[in-house]
Write a protein that binds this ligand. Structure first.
Ligand code: TMP
Length: 234
């Protein structure tokens, strides 16, 4: 498979066309942004860590019956994936309070939620990715009520699988963000699952081992990604 024309460049990834119809190549960059691109930086070898972590997690989910766009890892930074028609929603699943949920509710960071909270955000940089309710999603025609229900049930199942996986590696899955697309009429998980898109805390010390170290200038950013990579591959 050869990498051809650049189709799209996002903040953390590039997507290239290939000579295989319906298959694209995703390149994981070391670039990091936060606060809708206001804060910019680089995290050494982040792309390598995120490509390997995503590969492992997509394989895990596929083995448990979740359809993902993953096909194969081509090299340290490149995955071959199915081209999807992306749904412009960010599906956030939360097991504990952190980040914007802390701001929205005033609950203390780290509070265990009595049930997983699922939130849907409009993937729209110009609007700053606002939180939407079901009526907003329906009137904007971003997803039908049936698709929305399928997004929620799939995200719930993914949460159960990932919580167990990270738990076995002494990591707390605080929250994470998923993006889905359609292949024909089939719902398929796309994007990535990595410390860029998950909050992961060490079970013993509650040390943050994710992109919050970059967002909040906590130091030890590269080390945190490396630590997660090692535990995920163990
Ligand atoms: P939040 O607390 O800032 O809303 O973030 C919730 C989760 O979503 C957290 O694990 C980080 C992830 N996330 C992304 O992957 N991309 C984003 O643009 C944002 C804002 C959050």
């Amino acid at each position: 498979m050869t990498s051809q024309k650049l189709l799209y460049e996002g903040k953390a990834k590039k997507v290239f066309e290939t000579d295989v119809p319906g298959v694209v190549i995703v390149e994981f960059k070391d670039d990091a942004t936060a606060f809708n691109g206001e804060k910019k930086g680089q995290i050494a070898d982040k792309g390598v860590a995120n490509a390997a972590i995503s590969t492992k997690l997509f394989r895990l989910l596929e083995a448990q019956g979740i359809a993902t766009h993953f096909r194969e890892q081509l090299d340290a930074r490149h995955l071959a994936v199915d081209l999807l028609h992306m749904i412009p929603l960010e599906v956030v699943v939360r097991n504990r309070v952190a980040g914007s949920l802390e701001k929205r509710t005033g609950l203390k960071e780290g509070t265990i939620l009595p049930k997983a909270v699922i939130e849907l955000y409009f993937k729209n940089d110009q609007l700053g990715d606002p939180l939407l309710n079901d009526d907003h999603i329906e009137v904007l025609q971003l997803a039908t009520p049936e698709l929305l229900q399928q997004l929620r049930s799939t995200a719930t199942k993914i949460n159960q699988i990932l919580q167990q996986f990270f738990g076995q590696r002494q990591l707390i899955l605080v929250d994470f963000k998923l993006e889905f697309g359609l292949k024909g009429d089939k719902l398929v998980l796309g994007d990535e699952i990595s410390p860029d898109t998950c909050r992961l805390w060490d079970e013993q010390t509650l040390k943050k081992l994710d992109k919050d170290r970059f967002r909040r200038d906590l130091g030890g950013v590269e080390e945190a990604y490396h630590e997660v990579l090692e535990r995920v591959l163990s």
